[in-house]
Design a protein around this ligand. Structure first.
Ligand code: ATP
Ligand code: MG
Length: 332
C-alpha cells in the first residue's frame, strides 16, 4: 500500500492556504487510499523566534483542526513530531549526507532568513538545517508520497536527493519519495499582496483568511482583497494575480475550474461576494467540529498518544537500519 506522510508547523493559526493546499486532500483523498501519517511538526516551529507557551497552544489547536478538517484516526495516524524521537535521530544522519551549499540554495531559507533579519533577530542554525529534518520526517516512514502545497516542492526534492545519495553510499535503506500537489490552489496567495503566498506566520493579518475566522471577518477580508486594474474578469496568474487568486479560491471551494468560472462574472464585486460565501461554507463544518473537539480535550490527547505509538513503531526499524548502514555500532 502507498505510504503517505505530510505535516504542518505550529507557527501560527492555520490558514485557508494550509487547508486548500494540503489538509483538504489529506482528508478527502489520501487517508482513504493510502497508509497515511499526518504530523504536527513542532520541532520545525523552533527554527524562528518563538514563544514556548504559544507553540504548545498552536500544536494542540493544529491537531484539533486536522481532525476537524476530517482526518479520521481510524483511517490514518495523527501525531506530534517531538513525541517520536526517530525524527531527530535520523535528521543528524542526514546532516552527514547533505551539504551546506544545498541548504543555502533553499528558497524558503533565503526568504525566512531575510525576514528574521528584518525583524531585528538573528538566523537560527536550525532554520538552515530545517529541510534536513523535514527529509528525516519523510524518510523515517518510508513515505512514497508527500502531499504538500507548491511552496514545499523544493524541500521534498531535497528529501529525494538525500534518499538517493544515502542509498548509493551506504546501501538501500530509504524509499525515494515524491511530492503530490493539488490541481487547484496549490499556492493560495495573500489577499492583500497577491504576489506573495498566504502564510500563517506572516504579519499581514487582513490578507490572510484563518480557518477559525468568523463569517463576518472572512467576508470583510475577501471583499477588501486587492484586485488588479482593468474591469474584465479574466483568469491570468501573470498579469492579474489578485483576480486569479480569487478565482482559484472560488474554484477550489466549489469544485469548479478557475478559467471557466471567470466567464460567469462581469464584476469584481460579484466574484468577491461569491468567493466569500464559498469560503464561509467550506469553513462552517470545520469550525463546528473544532468547537466540539475543544469541549473534549481528553479525546484529542488519546488520539495523539496512540498516533505517536503507531508512528514510533513504523519509524524505528528504518532509522535503526540507517544507523547500522552508515557505520554506527549497534547498541547492546
Ligand atoms: P509558515 O509561514 O510558518 O511557513 P505555512 O502557512 O507556510 O506556515 P506550513 O506549516 O509551512 O504552513 O505548511 C503546511 C502545509 O500547507 C504545506 O503542505 C504547505 O505546502 C501548505 N501551504 C502553506 N501555505 C500554503 C498556501 N498559501 N497555499 C497552498 N498551500 C500552502
Ligand atoms: Mg511554510
Amino acid at each position: 500500500m502507498t505510504r503517505v506522510f505530510s505535516g504542518i508547523k505550529p507557527t501560527g493559526h492555520l490558514t485557508l492556504g494550509n487547508y486548500l493546499g494540503a489538509m483538504r486532500q489529506w482528508a478527502a483523498v489520501d487517508q482513504h487510499r493510502a497508509d497515511a501519517l499526518f504530523c504536527i511538526v513542532d520541532l520545525h516551529a523552533l527554527t524562528v523566534d518563538h514563544d514556548p507557551a504559544r507553540v504548545r497552544r498552536l500544536s494542540r489547536q493544529g491537531a484539533s483542526l486536522l481532525l476537524a478538517a476530517g482526518l479520521d484516526p481510524r483511517l490514518c495516524t495523527v501525531f506530534v513530531q517531538s513525541h517520536v524521537d526517530e525524527h531527530a535521530r535520523l535528521s543528524y544522519l542526514l546532516e552527514c549526507v547533505a551539504t551546506d551549499g544545498e541548504m543555502r540554495r533553499m528558497i524558503q531559507y533565503k526568504e525566512k532568513a531575510v525576514r528574521e533579519r528584518e525583524r531585528g533577530g538573528s538566523v537560527r542554525l536550525s532554520l538552515l538545517t530545517y529541510p534536513v529534518l523535514m527529509a528525516a520526517d519523510i524518510l523515517a516512514y518510508g513515505a512514497d508520497e508527500v502531499p504538500v502545497g507548491d511552496d514545499q516542492a523544493q524541500h521534498v526534492e531535497l528529501a529525494r536527493d538525500l534518499a538517493v545519495r544515502f542509498n548509493q553510499r551506504y546501501g538501500h535503506t530509504f524509499v525515494v519519495p515524491r511530492a503530490t500537489l493539488p490541481q487547484v490552489a496549490a499556492r493560495v496567495m495573500n489577499l492583500q499582496e497577491p504576489t506573495s503566498k498566504m502564510g500563517k506566520s506572516d504579519d499581514s493579518g487582513p490578507g490572510i483568511v484563518y480557518l477559525l475566522d468568523e463569517p463576518d471577518v472572512v467576508r470583510k477580508k475577501v471583499m477588501r482583497a486587492v484586485t488588479d486594474s482593468g474591469r474584465e474578469v479574466v483568469y491570468d496568474r501573470q498579469s492579474r494575480p489578485g483576480l486569479a487568486n480569487l478565482l482559484e479560491i472560488l474554484a477550489a471551494c466549489t469544485g469548479g475550474d478557475p478559467s471557466e468560472l471567470s466567464g460567469a462574472y462581469d464584476s469584481y464585486g460579484a466574484l468577491k461576494k461569491d468567493t466569500a460565501e464559498a469560503v464561509i461554507e467550506v469553513l462552517r463544518p470545520l469550525q463546528a467540529r473544532h468547537a466540539e473537539l475543544c469541549a473534549d480535550p481528553g479525546y484529542l490527547e488519546g488520539v495523539l498518544r496512540e498516533g505517536a505509538e503507531r508512528a514510533r513503531a513504523m519509524a524505528r526499524p528504518t532509522v535503526d537500519a540507517a544507523y547500522r548502514a552508515i557505520g554506527l555500532l549497534p547498541a547492546l
